[in-house]
Design a binder for this molecule. Structure first.
Ligand SMILES: [Zn+2]
Length: 295
């Protein structure tokens, strides 16, 4: 049995890591600078973020490769470094994990629209994501997590690319907002539709990340659970970002978020981590609460 599956069976709920961008900024990454560049130039800072999550008790950590697709890296003139940046990102997290945590390597959106809406063909989209996924596998990743996806077509292209270019398990999580007509991604995909189509396309794990905080994530898990029996992974933000005195602030505390873990799990979540604004403190609180609930 795959490692992630046997660990999930044993613990019933796995805790994954929290925000990366916000943690790297605390370590001096200037706003607007590509975080992935630090895999090459500041690997010790990237490794410190990964290690802080392992030490908080996360059983799955991610990698600093969210913007590591060739499309995204081309925007910051790093298109020649796709393989190096992603391979290095996986190696840094693997080293920090030291066998204590599994490493699911992060793949974020391309930032491009797929044809016919945009100019990138499905084939080129897949080729780009395949290059990234292959480098992540070479760096030793135990799995891939395709996250923050808004377009179902692009999510499926990334999923198929990861499937074809690696033998790793693949998770896909999309970002849904709640509007007057219910939850949908910015490109109009509804949770139940996303779950059904991504399951059909071969995802091992499905889920949702980012968004407006943990209460909406509980509602989302119920919707996704109604459409699939696959394991669900959620990464709520620590609330919506608020700008206070020129600083971005997230208001949901570790205690507040951990107090809702039970409801999140009852709604269908199997793997729980955090997105923007969550810290090692949030993950530690999730671990303690999970141990209390399942112990
Ligand atoms: Zn986020």
């Amino acid at each position: 049995m795959a490692l992630w599956k046997s660990r999930l069976e044993k613990k019933r709920v796995l805790i994954a890591d929290g925000g990366w961008g916000t943690e790297l900024q605390k370590r001096g990454l200037p706003p607007g600078e590509p975080p992935e560049d630090w895999n090459i130039h500041r690997p010790e800072e990237v490794g410190a973020v990964a290690l802080s999550y392992v030490e908080a008790g996360a059983e799955i950590i991610l990698t600093n490769t969210f913007g590591g697709s060739p499309f995204k890296l081309a925007k910051v003139h790093l298109e020649g470094k796709v393989t190096e940046i992603n391979r290095k990102g996986a190696e840094i997290s693997k080293q920090a994990a030291g066998g204590r945590a599994l490493v699911f390597a992060s793949i974020g959106p391309s930032g491009e629209f797929m044809a016919p809406l945009g100019t990138v063909s499905e084939e080129d989209m897949m080729k780009g994501f395949a290059q990234q996924a292959k480098a992540l596998a070479e760096g030793g990743a135990d799995g891939i997590v395709i996250e923050t996806m808004m377009d179902l077509g692009e999510a499926k292209a990334a999923l198929l690319a990861a499937r074809q270019s690696t033998s790793l398990p693949v998770a896909v999580t999309m970002t849904f907002d709640k509007g007057p007509k219910g939850f949908a991604t910015m490109m109009g995909a509804r949770p139940e539709q996303a779950a059904a189509e991504l399951e059909k396309s071969g995802a091992d794990i499905l889920g949702a990340n980012c968004g407006a905080g943990i209460d909406q994530m509980i509602e989302l898990m119920k919707l996704l659970r109604s459409a699939t029996a696959l394991p669900l992974w959620c990464k709520p933000n620590a609330g919506l970002p608020e700008l206070i005195d020129g600083k971005t602030v997230y208001r949901e505390t570790p205690e507040m978020m951990a107090s809702k873990l039970k409801a999140l799990v009852q709604a269908g979540a199997n793997i729980v981590g955090g997105c923007c604004g969550t810290t090692p403190g949030h993950i530690r609180a999730f671990v303690l609460e999970r141990n209390r609930l399942t112990g």
